[in-house]
Design a protein around this ligand. Structure first.
Ligand code: ZN
Length: 474
């Protein structure tokens, strides 16, 4: 197997090589940007789905599934939304040999599929809040270079859509989504910033958009999720109205929360190293790989490995026992590239004693057992997640840099933090200077110590300046 390129020598080449070497996806399918989930990659995807489901359902959201095809007539009801998606949608115009009376859009996102039905579901204030989510594939005709997990045309997509009785309730839902995402990100051990996007960069049809961004590669950022407040922008055209307690009529306020397989790309990007992928236990396809080393021990190590594998599976862990013919060194190498959090080596001595030598993906080695091996494995995995998060946090804290002049924006290896007056003209000046994007205003405290923002980097005004972030999005 060829060596991987070094991460420090070029992020994207390294990323593509790791995804390939770890066998997470097969990009040889005959449609560009539509990749095949391999058995190994699919396990990661299923585990990611489970994290999202657990956290969103804990906040009172319910699963639904809407059809993938949306009639053009519904798709066109919200003007900004259509404008934003026109160049990205796939159309279905024929059924068999018959031209369809109403062409169908293959969902790029599901507002326009769900909202005509929300109109039917919601009658009274007693029907609110409506908090529903689905995990489905969506389709967008990407014109930029596609990359596995990061930019694809068929997207494994999580979308929550909610209807609230008013602005305050919708704002509270946004806060609840931010809390749910914080817990998901902790499970993935991925630090991030939540930023309110500038008005010119919000989701088509939104009142405001909060994006969840991470620093990646060479001074770039990756948007890994979004939360939008729509106010009445969709409920008016889709007539999602309810009877208020005093007998009046009101339009619902709506929010959405979107995540995707990009989170898996983020996990690879953030934790991976020059030896391959590194998965946190929450989304690792296999959390534990057991390698029996037979030597003079005959069948004992293999037998103990199988028994231990079963015991760990009974505890709900994802475990693979590698009984292939390869030498132990080749097995270690393979599972290291694949990013398995914990390897248990079992030689004749371990098999006899009922112990295992545990080596985590960061290289920490310990002997576990013989008493309560299962609990020790779980504890070791949780310790590994903590160590992974600490490592990621330390890199994250070092990924930001304050810039005070426009000419400092272009050449830096970090995400720029700068003072901005909030005016669009200055925002565009900043974007031109960095040849990238003004990412927006932090919703939560930034990971670096910051004082007063001082004068705007664009116009030198001190009136109403706030700290803002800018970078070249990946
Ligand atoms: Zn300014």
């Amino acid at each position: 197997m060829a060596d991987l390129p070094a991460k420090a020598n070029g992020f994207i080449d390294w990323y593509l090589a790791v995804v390939e070497a770890a066998n997470l996806t097969d990009k040889r399918y005959g449609v560009k940007g539509m990749n095949v989930w391999t058995p190994y990659g699919f396990l990661a995807r299923r585990a990611l789905d489970a994290v999202m489901v657990r956290e969103i359902e804990a906040t009172g959201s319910h699963p639904v599934e809407f059809p993938a095809l949306i009639p053009q007539t519904e798709f066109q009801k919200e003007a900004e939304h259509i404008k934003g998606f026109t160049t990205q949608v796939y159309w279905v115009t024929r059924g068999g040999a018959t031209e369809l009376d109403v062409p169908l859009v293959l969902r790029p996102t599901s507002e326009t599929a769900m909202y005509p039905i929300f109109h039917l579901w919601i009658r009274s204030h007693r029907d609110l809040p409506l908090n529903v989510y689905q995990i489905v594939n969506t389709f967008r005709y990407e014109t930029k270079t596609t990359r596995p997990f990061l930019r694809v045309r068929e997207i494994h997509f999580f979308e929550e859509h909610t209807c609230q009785s008013g602005d305050d309730q919708a704002t509270a839902r946004v806060a609840s989504n931010l809390g749910a995402f914080r817990r998901m990100a902790e499970a993935l051990a991925v630090p991030y910033v939540a930023l309110r996007r500038p008005d010119w960069d919000k989701f088509p049809g939104a009142f405001y958009s909060i994006a969840l961004d991470i620093p990646v590669g060479e001074a770039r950022t990756l948007q890994i999720g979004t939360i939008h407040h729509y106010r009445e922008n969709f409920s008016r055209p889709y007539e999602i109205e309810y009877e208020t307690p005093d007998g009046g009529k009101a339009f619902v306020h709506q929010t959405t929360f979107g995540l995707s397989e990009r989170l898996l790309g983020a996990v690879v990007a953030v934790h991976g190293d020059d030896r391959g992928a590194v998965f946190p236990p929450s989304v690792a396809p296999y959390q534990v790989v057991i390698v029996p080393i037979s030597g003079k021990g005959g069948n004992l190590p293999a037998q103990f490995a199988e028994r231990l594998g079963k015991r760990l599976r009974d505890r709900g862990l994802r475990v693979h026992v590698d009984t292939s013919e390869d030498r132990p060194g080749a097995k270690y190498y393979r599972w290291e590239i694949a990013g398995v959090p914990l390897r248990l080596e079992i030689g004749p001595r371990e098999a006899e004693a009922g112990t295992a030598t545990a080596v985590d993906r960061l290289g920490h080695r310990s002997v576990i057992g013989p008493a309560d091996l299962e609990t020790e494995v779980e504890r070791t995995l949780e310790g590994f997640r903590g160590a992974l998060f600490e490592k990621a946090l330390s890199a994250f804290r070092g990924a930001f840099e304050v810039a005070t002049h426009l000419d400092q924006l272009r050449d830096s290896t970090k995400v720029r933090v700068l003072a901005w007056c909030g005016q669009e003209a200055c925002g565009h000046q900043i974007e031109k200077a960095i040849d990238g994007a003004l990412l927006g205003l932090p919703e939560e405290e930034l990971p670096i110590p910051l004082g007063d923002p001082g004068p705007c980097i664009g116009c030198s005004s001190t009136a109403g300046t706030r700290w803002a972030l800018a970078s070249r999005p990946l």
